[in-house]
Design a protein around this ligand. Structure first.
Ligand SMILES: [Zn+2]
Length: 425
């Protein structure tokens, strides 16, 4: 894959030219290359003024799933960056000229953290536990006529955060349209604006709203030791290669905990996970509305009418038909705590997911995750989390570390309940 870069006015474009090995690779992948160009508007910043290693890294993040054998970067990079990224990239090689005169980026003395901000509940909870000088950076995906995506809620929330003093950055970028189906081409791709702006904003790290379910795997079948895992090694090393640190302030907090933080934090009202409805008026149809709505009812001790979502809603029915269901632990916690948990409409779902394990510990913080925060911010983050949540006991930490849904999913009663739930849709 050969990438070139150009700028017209404020818009910087990355042009992707796939070669034969890339085309062969894409053919075998579920993720297709839908466009050959991606655009980003850095509001007047000249491409010549961006550290070349940052351009190198964002090229990797946008091209990652489409590269067969080699990725030719659009700029000369520092020797440090070139060596470091090639150490962790195993599926393909980076090809670039090295310019010995380029020194790697070093954050300034009065540096601050950035946050790849989505406007959703988890990202907002991350902002609530980060230092007050954190810069939320929102990647604004342009709306297309055929898409149900609506940027009204995140843009309104960014505006409100700006009004209370946050140095919010809203950056137009269409990188999500590079791939088909639409989405981020790699896990850190929504940090592309944050990386390109790191020097201008004086950033030392980039935070993400990754929650316990994703980091430690408990929204899936089995616990994984995230700090020692491949994901952190890979993406952490890529950020380190440009002088930035990876920061996961809510990595030890479940979706249950992030919603508790949003209920308590003054920033909570500036979050909305649904990206289809308008601000303050979520669509009440999508999977996120279903999951967060049920959880919110559980935390507030109110009733939840599942029929509102499952009678006509294809997306919710499809997600509930998965085995296991994504973030199944959050649904179990919710169903165990709803006021109307004995309701006959909830019976089929409860039979399918409730193993009887008490998940009350999801309300608390898994404190070993503090190592996912850069050292200089640990004291602040710990203090702020402490304002909102209790810490898990060592017994609860052990339950978490032994998380394994396999036996439950293999049980005949669970499989039968899954069949009955699916048949009801
Ligand atoms: Zn929605």
């Amino acid at each position: 894959m050969k990438v070139s870069i150009s700028q017209v006015g404020e818009v910087i474009s990355f042009d992707l030219s796939p070669e034969k090995s890339d085309i062969d690779h894409i053919q075998t992948s579920n993720i297709k290359l839908a466009e050959n160009i991606t655009r980003i508007n850095l509001q007047g910043i000249d491409v010549e003024d961006i550290h070349p290693d940052f351009i190198g890294l964002v090229t990797i993040l946008m091209c990652h799933p489409f590269v067969g054998k080699e990725l030719i970067l659009p700029v000369k990079v520092s020797k440090f960056f070139y060596d470091e990224v090639n150490k962790v990239l195993s599926k393909y090689k980076i090809i670039s000229e090295i310019d010995e005169r380029i020194s790697p980026y070093k954050p300034p003395i009065r540096s601050r953290p950035g946050l790849a901000f989505s406007g959703g509940a988890d990202s907002s909870a991350a902002l609530s536990v980060m230092p007050g000088n954190t810069v939320p950076i929102f990647m604004n995906r342009p709306m297309k006529r055929w898409s149900i995506y609506d940027s009204d809620a995140p843009l309104s929330n960014c505006k409100l955060l700006g009004e209370i003093g946050y140095d919010v950055q809203i950056i137009d970028c269409d990188v999500e349209y590079l791939r088909k189906p639409v989405g981020f081409p790699s896990d850190l791709a929504h940090a592309i604006p944050s990386i390109l702006l790191a020097e201008v904003l004086g950033l030392d790290s980039i935070a993400f709203g990754t929650v316990l379910e994703s980091a430690y795997g408990i929204g899936h079948e089995k616990y994984k030791n995230y700090p020692e895992g491949a994901h952190r090694r890979f993406f952490g090393s890529l950020l380190n290669a440009v002088g930035l640190e990876l920061c996961l302030p809510v990595g030890g907090i479940s979706e249950v905990g992030t919603l508790i933080i949003n209920h308590k934090s003054p920033l909570g009202e500036f979050s909305q996970s649904c990206i289809r409805g308008k601000k303050g008026n979520p669509c009440s149809k999508c999977w996120k509305c279903f999951r967060k709505g049920m959880l919110s009812s559980a935390l507030l001790g109110t009733e939840f009418d599942i029929k509102n979502y499952t009678v006509k809603n294809k997306e919710v029915k499809e997600k509930l038909s998965a085995y296991p269901i994504s973030h199944e632990n959050v649904l179990v916690f919710s169903i165990q705590n709803l006021k109307n948990r004995e309701d006959k409409n909830l019976q089929l779902l409860r039979d399918r997911i409730d193993s009887g394990l008490d998940l009350d510990f999801l309300k608390r913080w898994y404190s070993p995750s503090l190592e996912l925060v850069p050292e200089k911010y640990r004291i602040t983050v710990e203090k702020k989390i402490d304002e909102f949540l209790d810490v898990m006991t060592s017994k609860e930490e052990r339950i978490l570390e032994n998380w394994d849904m396999e036996d439950f999913l293999l049980k005949k009663t669970t499989k039968d309940a899954h069949g009955r739930l699916k048949a009801s849709f």
